[in-house]
Design a protein around this ligand. Structure first.
Ligand code: URA
Length: 218
């Protein structure tokens, strides 16, 4: 199965998932979207009103703003993978609960494994908590940290800037640093790949080489 087919398989499972109570009363599941080859993945919190209707992530006001932020980073939506911590809309947009996050976490893990992105940007505290459960977003936003072979970049949720406009410049500045962060991740990845590949074996010596002749004297 190709990675694109694997992502489609995960989406098909999400679409019929009843593993937690969130699916009740929703219109569509929102598995996430983007190419399997994406180098960067964005993980939000949960689908809202518009996402529930369309079955696509970040298509409402937060999504419009996310597209603007992506443009600031020189990225287009079709170049990145966009997912959420939970894939059905919580009633009245309430916070997702631990059992719901755990149930959906299996899908998210599989998506990350298939896409294998160099960089993961967490949007908001729920996706940040997957990697940095004891941190505060106000303290660490925009600061990339290595977790295994990936750079995880916690960022504020776009909705935070829509509700509190003073957050907007912070979020914009964080997104503007993404090209450098991606380049840093690519460099490190190339370095690790080079270190992991065995050195080219030296050609076997032939008996008439001077070095061997000298050795035979002893
Ligand atoms: N907010 C999110 O966290 N995800 C969406 O898909 C839409 C809004």
């Amino acid at each position: 199965m190709s990675t694109t087919e694997e992502l489609a398989q995960i989406a098909a499972e999400v679409n019929v998932c009843t593993a937690c109570k969130l699916h009740r009363g929703t219109i569509k599941a929102v598995p996430g979207e983007g190419p399997a080859t994406a180098k960067i993945m964005f993980i939000g919190e949960a689908p809202g009103f518009n996402e529930d209707r369309q079955g696509r992530p970040f298509v409402g006001a937060s999504g419009q703003f996310l597209s603007e932020l992506l443009a600031l980073a020189g990225l287009r939506r079709q170049d990145v993978f966009i997912a959420n911590v939970v894939k059905h809309r919580p009633p009245n947009n309430r916070d997702p609960e631990p059992d719901e996050i755990a149930a959906c976490g299996l899908f998210l893990e599989r998506q990350i494994k298939v896409i294998d992105p160099r960089v993961i940007v967490t949007l908001g505290r729920f996706s940040m908590a997957k990697w940095f459960p004891n941190e505060r977003i106000t303290r660490i936003h925009g600061q990339p940290r290595w977790v295994g072979e990936r750079l995880i970049v916690p960022m504020m949720h776009p909705a935070a800037a829509l509700h509190q406009p003073q957050n907007r410049p912070l979020l914009e500045a964080d997104f503007q640093r993404l090209p450098d962060i991606l380049a840093q991740a690519e460099r490190e990845y190339a370095k690790r790949a080079a270190a992991a590949s065995p050195p080219v074996a030296a050609a076997p010596s032939t008996p008439d080489e001077p070095e061997l002749e000298q050795l035979s004297m002893f």
